[in-house]
Design a protein around this ligand. Structure first.
Ligand SMILES: [Zn+2]
Length: 413
């Protein structure tokens, strides 16, 4: 039961449960978490120093529970006035009470938001009655919470490293697109799923650390590093998936490495009734379906034309796939056979099929390929460059990124 003991501006504190921290936990934190003072300064200068990533971890009209097991301090982001400083706290933030942005810092412990714990610090902003909770972390801390959400920690080191570099590249690409938002990325599939400290795993974190600063670049810019679970035998060109796109470094390649994926091939049935139901969720006025035609390129569906009682509708293959709930139509690469109720599909792979095939990366790694060769196989004509990670920062501080320009060093040279 909630028992507020003291009013903090914009929040109420309830007694925290004392949970002992094990020595290993403390060691990991002290080894990886930068000075909070430094981090705070960086957060104030966000938008200039891009070694830090601002990740939206909650966006809600509901109250938000923020907790820390060690010392926690809550202060005003602008004036630095301290609202609270104490041990082992749980604080509820209510949207109507967060009048100006606040920062929550914790020493010797992560900061947890509604039960999920994060490194770095938290900012809470009230925008039009919604609380935006933004986690400010270093790029590698961010990636430590991303990579285990994308690949299995039991995979080969080189496959995990390939994923770490792809995820870092993907993040930098988006950081360079966003200019004035209060956050850079959100924690969902809109960008990359980020589970914070709670998701971390020793093996995936090691891969992040070993590739620190490395990204995939084309013409000295981070590529848009698309990746997907399983291509099913060949990846595809982005122009067959997203209209108008044609990145030089993305082209379909044969992939015989993802055969061990549980999604390598699949079978599914869809009734016409179901299809109409899902179409109607996005397109109003779809009547009973009377005809279907598919356009293909190299086996993948590029467009679907649905003829129905009220007219005709054409969607891209990828839009068609995404109309259905997760995993129902795993990819655009399928053969369809007409049945009495609808269609029987036999398909290949899971995901959009563009860029790095994650199960393929694992297959290549098991056959002895290194992570740079894996990346160069799926992204054509790229270089792996170092833009100044933890290792590079120590040696070449002047070569780290400044503003939105990137100074390049090639770890392969
Ligand atoms: Zn593949």
């Amino acid at each position: 039961m909630e028992t507020p003991s003291r009013n903090i501006r914009g929040s109420r504190r309830i007694p925290g449960k004392a949970v002992p921290l094990c020595a290993a936990f403390l060691f990991v934190l002290s080894a990886c978490t930068p000075s909070r003072e430094f981090l705070l300064k960086q957060s104030l200068a966000a938008g200039v120093d891009r070694q830090y990533v601002r990740v939206l971890v909650a966006n809600t009209t509901e109250r938000v529970l923020v907790s820390g097991q060690a010392r926690m301090r809550i202060s005003d982001l602008k004036t630095r006035k301290v609202h609270y400083d104490g041990q082992g706290s749980q604080v509820y933030f209510y949207p109507e009470k967060v009048l100006t942005p606040v920062v929550v810092e914790s020493w010797g412990s992560t900061v947890c938001v509604n039960g999920t714990c994060y490194r770095g610090l938290m900012e809470l902003h009230n925008i039009l009655g919604r609380i935006y909770v933004i986690n400010v972390v270093t790029m590698d801390e961010y990636l430590c919470g991303v990579v285990p959400k994308e690949v299995s920690p039991s995979w080969d080191d080189e496959a995990i490293k390939a994923q770490a570099v792809a995820a870092r590249t993907y993040a930098y690409y988006h950081l360079m697109q966003k200019k004035d938002a209060i956050y850079d990325l959100d924690a969902t599939t809109n960008f990359q799923v980020y589970g914070g400290f709670s998701a971390e795993n020793e093996r995936t974190s090691r891969a992040v650390s070993m590739t620190s600063g490395e990204i995939a670049a084309f013409n000295n810019k981070p590529i848009q590093a698309f990746f997907h679970s399983t291509c099913g035998g060949a990846t595809t060109d982005d122009r067959f998936v997203w209209e108008g796109d044609d990145k030089e470094y993305i082209a379909g390649v044969k992939c015989e490495y993802c055969k061990n994926s549980p999604h390598y091939s699949w079978d599914e049935t869809i009734t016409l009734y179901e299809m109409r139901m899902y179409l109607e969720k996005k397109y109003k006025g779809v009547g009973a379906i009377t005809g279907l035609s598919f356009k293909k390129n190299e086996g993948r569906i590029t467009s679907v034309t649905v003829t129905h009682k009220n007219g005709r509708l054409t969607v891209t293959g990828n839009e068609f796939r995404l109309l259905f709930p997760d995993k129902k139509i795993k990819s655009t690469w399928f053969e369809a056979v007409k049945t009495r109720e609808g269609l029987a599909l036999h398909g290949h792979g899971w995901g959009h099929g563009v860029g790095l095939c994650q199960w393929g990366a694992e297959g290549m790694a098991q056959k002895g390929s290194g992570y740079r060769d894996i990346l160069k196989y799926y992204y054509r004509g790229i270089q792996i460059i170092n833009i100044g990670g933890r290792a590079a920062q120590a040696a070449r501080p002047h070569e780290t990124r400044t503003g939105r320009n990137i100074s390049l060093t090639d770890p392969e040279s």
